[in-house]
Design a protein around this ligand. Structure first.
Ligand code: ADP
Length: 542
């Protein structure tokens, strides 16, 4: 059925009763009319020349609407050029077989047809027209695409299901192999989910765990209270660690116990509130903690013992120093006393060399005595043996006495000493020790100041204290030395006259004495310009 209708005899083999050609033509026309496919005849120009019932059904046009119209009447927008191409092929004796194309129904809807075109040739072999058979494949295509869609959907669903399965498997593996035991417990306390770690941790098989009441995993001593705790958590509905601040234990199947940390999360399910418990065996951590603690304890004990021993040795040293200093002072006083007597020449005149020798003996003995006195003081302070006699003291008197005591020394170095006008305050102090502090600071001032320089004492009230300042115009102290100079035996350098005088104990003693009288001492200084030593004492306002 691939030929046109113009000359059926040319196309079909002779029929059995071919002696009756009229019947054949009718018979053929009947076949064309009853065909399910649209069968059209066209002139070579493309004008429609015949139109069967199926064509009307497929394209919507009645024969009188279609006949005489160009076939482009049926073209779907954009397909016109293709129609021209087909016509050209046919004109040149070619054919178009089973090509799927889009066509337009009279109502404007798109229809898909499978097209076959063949030339109609007359008895001379001349192409006189075109036969076109169009089969409506719209439904078939739609059905195929619906089928394809559902096939894709199915494949997608399968892929999703597979992905879900994989994700679930991964999740399951993750849960199974989690380092913590994971249990889910229903409202009655029965275990509904248990992971592999839970089996190992509690030494039950999974079958034993599922359905077991979770209270069985709680040590017997705490078991009775557990159901109440469970109910409280389920009602509160919030995740929380269990037994915060407590040392929790869990119990294995064999009754042995181990330390745990547990976090609980309630979850609403169709079967009521389920609680997921994540349980961590902290045995190793506890052991490590215990080891660290006992190490710490033994370290502390040893440290305390060493500290005690060091204190004892220090005390012994201070006692020894105190007693030896005491023993040294007595003969020194004898030496100084006799040296002074000799210098007075009461026992007969000395020649100039003897006088010089005696002067050396006297000066060095005095120096030695000063050193011994300092060592004795510091040892006494450190051994806790120095008692202070604190009382209300008129500062101005002590300052004046101290200046008087140092004046000769200062004058010998051509350093002048001045006292500020605002100095008449009452302080709470041990007068002897206050004198010692001032004497130390003043003598340092004189010692570390160039000839022509000046040492100045002043005071001011500062809150509940009186601040006393001894300033000089001397060498000054480098910033990095300013705290060290208060340490025992610390000396920065030489005096302006190029010798190292003193013991390096003076400021250490001052610091101790000031602090014992509830004060503080510090220094401000600028290298080459001078220093200001400040210390405070409680102001006695009564
Ligand atoms: P000493 O005066 O016996 O050396 P001190 O403890 O009194 O010991 O002083 C420690 C050191 O601090 C001194 O050696 C000196 O270097 C420094 N020092 C103390 N007072 C002054 C000052 N007024 N000016 C400069 N340096 C000072």
């Amino acid at each position: 059925m691939s030929s046109g209708v113009s000359d059926p005899n040319k196309i079909f083999p002779p029929l059995p009763n071919s002696e009756n050609p009229v019947n054949v033509e009718r018979w053929l026309a009947a076949i064309v009319e009853s065909s399910d496919d649209a069968i059209l005849g066209m002139a070579l120009s493309g004008v429609i020349t015949s139109w069967n019932a199926a064509a009307t059904r497929i394209f919507g046009y009645e024969p009188h609407e279609a006949l005489g119209q160009p076939v482009s009447l049926l073209a779907w927008p954009g397909e016109e050029e293709r129609i021209d191409l087909f016509l050209a092929i046919l004109r040149h004796g070619g054919r178009v077989d089973h090509t799927e194309v889009s066509r337009k129904h009279k109502n404007g809807k798109k229809i898909l047809v499978a097209l076959s075109l063949s030339p109609i040739v007359d008895s001379n072999g001349t192409i006189i027209g075109i036969a076109k058979i169009a089969r409506d494949i719209t439904e078939r295509t739609e059905a195929a695409s619906a089928l394809e869609d559902s096939r894709i959907r199915l494949a997608e669903q399968q892929a999703n299901a597979r992905a879900e399965m994989l994700a679930e498997r991964k999740f399951r593996e993750l849960i199974e192999n989690a380092p913590d035991a994971i249990l889910q417990v229903d409202q009655a306390g029965a275990i509904v989910i248990a992971n592999c770690t839970a089996e190992k941790m509690f030494c039950y098989t999974r079958e034993e765990l599922i359905g077991l009441n979770v209270d069985q995993l709680v040590p017997e001593a705490n078991r009775a209270a557990h159901p109440t705790h469970r109910k409280t958590l389920a009602t509160a509905g919030k995740s929380r660690p269990m037994g915060l601040g407590l040392d929790l234990f869990a119990q294995r199947k064999d009754g042995t116990q181990f330390p745990v940390e547990i976090s609980l999360s309630p979850m609403n399910t169709e079967a009521g509130v389920h609680v997921t418990a994540v349980i961590r065996d902290v045995t190793d951590r506890k052991l490590t903690e215990q080891r660290v603690r006992s190490l710490q304890e033994s370290y502390m004990t040893e440290l305390q013992a060493r500290h005690k021993e060091a204190e004892r040795l220090n005390q012994l040293k201070s006692e020894f120093m105190a007693s030896i200093s005491h023993e040294l002072r007595t003969p020194l006083h004898t030496i100084i006393g006799f040296a002074e007597l000799m210098q007075e020449e009461g026992e007969g005149p000395l020649n100039s060399r003897q006088r010089r020798f005696m002067e050396h003996i006297h000066v060095d003995s005095e120096h030695l005595l000063g050193l011994i006195n300092d060592v004795l003081d510091l040892s006494r302070i450190e051994a806790g043996g120095l008692q202070l006699h604190t009382e209300p003291v008129r500062l101005i008197l002590i300052v004046a006495e101290s200046i008087a005591a140092i004046r000769l020394y200062a004058e010998s170095r051509s350093v002048s000493i001045r006292m500020g006008s605002e100095i008449d305050f009452n302080v709470l102090a041990d007068p002897m020790r206050l004198r010692q502090i001032l004497y130390n600071l003043l003598s340092n001032g004189a010692k570390f100041t160039q000839p022509g320089g000046e040492v100045h004492v002043e005071a001011a009230v500062e809150g509940n204290n009186v601040r006393i300042t001894v300033s000089d115009t001397g060498l000054g102290i480098a910033p990095e030395e300013r705290t060290q100079i208060f340490e025992k035996f610390y000396q920065v350098g030489l005096t302006p006259v190029g010798v190292r005088e003193g013991t390096g104990l003076g400021l250490a003693i001052c610091k101790q004495l000031v602090e014992m009288q509830k004060g503080t001492i510090w220094v401000e200084s600028e290298l080459g310009k001078g220093s200001k030593f400040h210390f405070t004492l409680p102001h006695n306002q009564t």
